[in-house]
Design a protein around this ligand. Structure first.
Ligand code: SF4
Ligand code: MG
Length: 336
């Protein structure tokens, strides 16, 4: 099965006061047809920047993809120009953001906004596009779709607006949808409905999804594969069931332990991870988690750990699993 998306050794940085933020540092992963990959991590870990880089939305002069490759069905995207990107975004890659108001135009009728995408990418006539817009609104569970077509975003609830964003993202049957915290701004019941809707549509169309989230509950609910990001690095990735049952990186374990569990007495529920992520103006040479890790060895601060594989798809970057650690540890101590 060929991959829909392949990301290889992606590095992204931003210019800011005080220097260059190295937001994404050597990220690699792939997404297969019909599969959902969740990229999970705390805010500022680089997950949204990774998503923006895939969509060609890291903009000069502030942002820069410094290195790496992003391939959609084998086609390299990182070298494309503005015009080519306009053909891909919205047509081959659909996008759903946290706040539907940022994706919807407040001054344009809903039906027109959906139809616009269809006219642009599928060259439908205005009449055909409106018909398809109504169909799409019905498909995402919007009652009285014809009447809704003539309304403006502010006339809809938050949940309904997110359904409309999903309708727009799906309008051209993209092979890949990137959803960045699509349910974070919604209340819990609506959240569950939107996730269920995305899953239903995915099953019907075989779309691949990259779901950016800080919520492990969402990961467990919708994802097949997961990548745990910390300080711009994927520290662990693999099939969701494997990573949840058998986490190999201390940061992943910490994340999983900090999730409240209903079967535990309340005072034992949350075990927050102590400390803060490193400064990405000057990221550490070694393991980014070293300053917060209970198992840190000398080698951890000095050298970036390599990936260790635990199964065909499950891997983590941690010196605890690297048989060379003791040898390097000796060399590090000898050098002092
Ligand atoms: Fe902890 Fe070292 Fe593993 Fe990093 S490499 S997670 S510091 S043990
Ligand atoms: Mg974000």
């Amino acid at each position: 099965m060929t991959n829909v998306l392949e990301v290889e050794d992606l590095h992204v940085s931003f210019r800011a006061y005080g220097g260059e933020v190295q937001a994404v540092r050597g990220v690699s992963f792939s997404v297969r047809p019909g599969e959902t990959l969740a990229i999970v991590g705390e805010s500022g870990c680089g997950k949204s920047v990774t998503a923006r880089a895939i969509m060609g939305m890291v903009k000069a002069p502030r942002g820069r993809v410094k290195k790496g490759s992003v391939r959609l069905h084998g086609r390299e995207l990182s070298c494309l120009g503005k015009k080519e990107w306009q053909q891909i975004r919205g047509a081959q890659i659909g996008m759903i953001f946290q706040d539907p108001m940022t994706s919807l135009n407040p001054t344009m009728k809903l039906g027109t906004q959906i139809a616009e995408v269809l006219v642009k990418h599928q060259k439908l006539s205005a009449k055909k596009a409106r018909e398809k817009a109504i169909e799409l609104l019905a498909a995402v569970g919007i009652p009285e779709p014809e009447r809704r077509c003539d309304q403006y975003p502010h006339e809809c609830s938050g949940g309904m607006r997110q359904r409309i964003v999903i309708a727009i993202a799906l309008a051209c049957d993209p092979q890949l949808i990137i959803a960045d915290e699509p349910t974070t701004a919604l209340d819990v019941t609506i959240q569950a409905q939107i996730l269920a809707l995305l899953q239903d549509l995915q099953q019907a169309k075989g779309t691949s999804i990259i779901m950016i989230t800080h919520d492990l509950g969402v990961v467990a609910e919708v994802a097949d594969q997961m990548a745990v990001m910390y300080a711009g690095v994927i520290v662990e990735q693999g099939p969701v069931a494997e990573v949840f049952d058998n986490p190999q990186h201390p940061y992943t374990r910490g994340l999983l332990q900090s999730v409240p569990r209903l079967d535990q007495p309340s005072e034992e529920r949350l075990i927050p991870i102590q400390g803060a992520p490193p400064d990405l103006f000057a990221p550490p040479a070694g393991c980014p988690f070293a300053a917060r890790c209970d198992y840190a060895m000398e080698v951890c601060a000095e050298h970036m750990p390599q990936s260790t594989a635990f199964s065909l798809q499950h891997q983590a970057k941690c010196w605890l699993h690297d048989s060379r650690a003791r040898r390097v540890e000796e060399l590090v101590s000898a050098g002092r």
